[in-house]
Ligand binder design. Structure first.
Ligand code: ADP
Ligand code: ADP
Length: 225
């Protein structure tokens, strides 16, 4: 199923005439794990910030047929170093609080749901930890659990593992792939690491510095899970 449809996307920033994204078209299906490669400054972050709803744009971006106008619970952006977690709340409370804000009335139900999603990212035993007691990768997984609990279908990741050592990166890549196999989630993943793109994505898109899609291919290499 088509989950994301982008047509004639054009992005300029207010303070400049430069066209960052130049008439981009892109359709993503719900089973896709799309890796985006391209030279530094070509607009990769700008593209996923537009999808996340953080930027205004010209053209059309639709998630499940609905135009993207602002951030929403159907899309979650996972950052490299900070993850929208409240440092004064435990992992569990971070998620139950988000559910409460999104209208879930019953406290026991919120806790049950939060725990269910923490289990999916193998963190249920850290439910009562505070964010600073977790590694960077664990915080990313909490952010993913929170997003899934809120009903996110699309996980947007901007070089999430770039700052990690090789061992940790391998571990997190494999966890992400396992999660992707278990859950119905769509992942859009920016990386500058071709190896990483090949080992994670079923689709790989290369952007040019002119803000267009230079190459777009399906990757059939088996995943190392
Ligand atoms: P990438 O993620 O591919 O490295 P970015 O999307 O971060 O590229 O940036 C694309 C271009 O847009 C760069 O030239 C950058 O300087 C510019 N840019 C990014 N954010 C802003 C902003 N908030 N205001 C103005 N220009 C920006
Ligand atoms: P990162 O480079 O992602 O910050 P760390 O070096 O902090 O990773 O942590 C490496 C590993 O140690 C993590 O993947 C996790 O399995 C474990 N770890 C980190 N913090 C804790 C903690 N508070 N309790 C238990 N295990 C932890």
């Amino acid at each position: 199923n088509e989950v994301l449809k982008i047509n004639n996307l054009v992005k300029k920033y207010d303070n400049s005439d430069r066209v960052i994204l130049n008439n981009l078209d892109l359709t993503i299906n719900d089973e896709d794990f799309l890796c985006i490669l391209g030279p530094s400054g070509c607009g990769k972050s700008t593209l996923i910030r537009c999808i996340a709803g953080f930027e205004d744009y010209e053209g059309s971006i639709k998630v499940d047929g609905q135009p993207v106008v602002k951030p929403g619970p159907d899309r979650i952006m996972v950052f490299q170093d900070f993850n929208q977690l409240f440092p004064w709340k435990t992992v569990l409370k971070n998620i139950t609080y988000a559910l409460k804000v999104n209208g879930m009335k019953d406290k026991a139900e919120r806790e049950q749901k939060a725990k269910k999603y923490l289990e999916k990212v193998n963190l249920v035993q850290y439910a009562n930890y505070y964010p600073h007691q977790l590694s960077g990768g664990m915080k990313q997984r909490v952010a993913i659990a929170k997003g899934m609990a809120l009903g996110s279908k699309i996980i947007l990741m901007d070089e999430p593992f770039a700052a990690l050592d090789a061992m940790t990166r391998k571990q997190l890549q494999s966890e992400l792939l396992k999660l992707k196999q278990k859950e119905k989630i769509t992942v859009i993943f920016i990386t500058h690491n071709i190896q990483e793109a090949i080992s994670l994505g079923n689709r790989i898109m290369v952007m040019s510095k002119e803000g267009t899609i230079k190459e777009h291919l399906y990757n059939t290499i088996e995943k190392p899970v």
